[in-house]
Design a protein around this ligand. Structure first.
Ligand code: MG
Length: 356
C-alpha cells in the first residue's frame, strides 16, 4: 500500500493478492479473491480461501462440462459460506463465458451503462488536517462522492469539519460495525450534516438492531457487512434496516448473487452501489462491470490503478476520466490482462491444478 489504509476494522499496510486463471475450451478467465491476510473485515482470509478453493471447490469443477453460470454456483453449493473463495472462481467463469459467446460481461449480466460513476473512500488519518488534505486531493481527481471512515469518538468533529471546508459534496461515512445500538445518539448527532448515508454502523452480522436504529435516524443506513446474500438483503429491506445496500462481489459469492440483490433493490426502490476490497485491476474491472447494471444508482468505491497500491498487475492500467467516471468494457472479457513482467516480479507462489 502507498499508505496504510485504516478503518474501524483494522489497518491494511500491505496487500497480498490471490489471482485465479481458469482454463476452459482454450480460453483463459481471470478471477480475484478479495479476502485479506487477516480476518478483519470478514471471517475469510487469503490462506483460508486458497485451502477452500484447492480442496473443496476445484475438485467439483475441474474436468466437468459446464454450460452456464448457474451450473457453476450449483457445483459449489456443497461448500457452506466461504463466499470470497467462491467468488474468485465464479468471476473467472464470467470472463470465460463472455469470451466464448463473443459478448461483453456487462451484456451477459444485463448491464446498460457504458460509463459508471465513481466515488472514493478515504481511510482514517491521525489529524483532521490530514483527512482534509487527502479528501481535497481525491476530489480534485473528479470523484463525485467522498466516503470517510468513522468510529466512536472520530465522527461528529470530522464530519462537521469536512462539511465546513468542502461544502455541499456527496459525503458519506462508513462505521465498519464500530457502534452499538446504545450509542445511537452519537449517530443521530450526524443527522444535521446531510450525509447521503451511514454505512454499517452496528455489528457485522446484524439486521434487526439496524432496523431499530434506522427508525431513530434521518440519515439513510447503508448495509455492507450484513448483506452476505440476496436472502439477507430481502430480510434487511423487509425490516427497513437500511435504505441502501453496498454490494461487494466477494462478500456475496460473485456476480450471480450480486445480480439477484440488484434485482431485489430495483423491485423495492432500494439504493445500491458497488464497494471494493482494495483489489487489483482484475477485481476492480468486475466492480466496474457490476456497476453498469441500471439499478446501481449511486457512485461506487471504484478506483484507478495505483490509487491505494504502489503498482497494479494489469494492462492497460485502469484510469478515471476527469469527470470521475470509468469506462465499462464493451468487448468480450474484462478489458484488462495480466502484466506478466509484473507478475514475475511480485509473485510469491503459484500452483497449477488439473482434473484427476
Ligand atoms: Mg463498508
Amino acid at each position: 500500500m502507498k499508505k496504510p489504509f485504516v478503518t474501524a476494522c483494522g489497518t491494511i499496510a500491505n496487500r497480498n493478492l490471490l489471482i485465479i486463471r481458469l482454463f476452459a475450451d482454450g480460453i483463459v478467465g481471470l478471477g480475484e479473491c478479495s479476502a485479506n491476510v487477516d480476518p478483519i473485515y470478514s471471517p475469510e482470509t487469503i490462506k483460508g480461501c486458497r485451502h477452500i478453493i484447492e480442496d473443496f471447490i476445484l475438485p467439483s469443477l475441474l474436468g466437468k462440462k459446464i454450460d452456464d453460470i448457474d451450473e457453476v454456483a450449483a457445483s459449489m453449493s456443497h461448500v457452506v459460506g466461504n463466499h470470497m473463495a467462491k467468488s474468485a472462481v465464479e468471476l473467472a467463469f464470467w470472463d470465460i463465458m463472455s469470451r466464448q459467446r463473443g459478448v461483453s460481461v456487462s451484456s451477459l449480466l444485463g448491464g446498460t451503462k457504458t460509463r459508471v460513476d465513481a466515488g472514493v473512500s478515504v481511510g482514517m488519518f491521525g489529524t483532521l488536517e490530514e483527512t482534509l488534505e487527502e479528501a481535497r486531493v481525491q476530489l480534485a481527481k473528479g470523484f463525485t462522492r467522498l466516503k470517510v471512515k468513522i468510529q466512536p469518538g472520530h465522527d461528529v468533529q470530522l464530519i462537521s469539519s469536512l462539511r465546513k471546508h468542502l461544502g455541499d459534496i456527496q459525503l458519506m461515512a462508513d462505521a465498519n460495525s464500530s457502534y452499538s445500538l446504545k450509542q445511537a445518539g452519537m449517530l443521530q448527532a450526524l443527522d444535521p450534516y446531510g450525509l447521503t448515508q451511514i454505512e454499517q454502523p452496528l455489528e457485522n452480522d446484524d439486521i434487526v438492531d439496524h432496523a431499530a436504529l434506522q427508525k431513530s435516524l434521518r440519515t439513510p443506513i447503508c448495509l455492507d457487512e450484513s448483506v452476505v446474500h440476496a436472502h439477507a438483503a430481502r430480510q434487511a429491506i423487509d425490516l427497513e434496516a437500511c435504505r441502501i445496500i453496498n454490494v461487494k462481489l466477494a462478500r456475496v459469492s460473485g456476480l450471480l448473487e450480486a445480480k439477484r440483490i440488484h434485482d431485489l433493490c430495483v423491485k423495492t426502490d432500494t439504493g445500491l452501489w458497488c464497494g471494493s476490497m482494495l483489489e487489483s485491476g482484475v477485481g476492480m474491472m468486475y466492480n466496474i462491470i457490476y456497476s453498469s447494471l441500471p439499478g446501481v444508482n449511486q457512485p461506487g468505491d471504484i478506483q484507478e490503478s495505483c490509487h491505494y497500491m504502489s503498482d497494479d498487475i494489469v494492462e492497460p492500467m485502469i484510469d478515471v476520466a476527469g469527470d470521475g467516471t470509468f469506462a465499462v468494457p464493451a468487448e468480450p472479457g474484462i478489458g484488462v490482462s495480466l502484466n506478466w513482467e509484473k507478475i514475475r516480479r511480485y509473485l510469491v507462489s503459484s500452483e497449477v491444478f488439473r482434473p484427476c
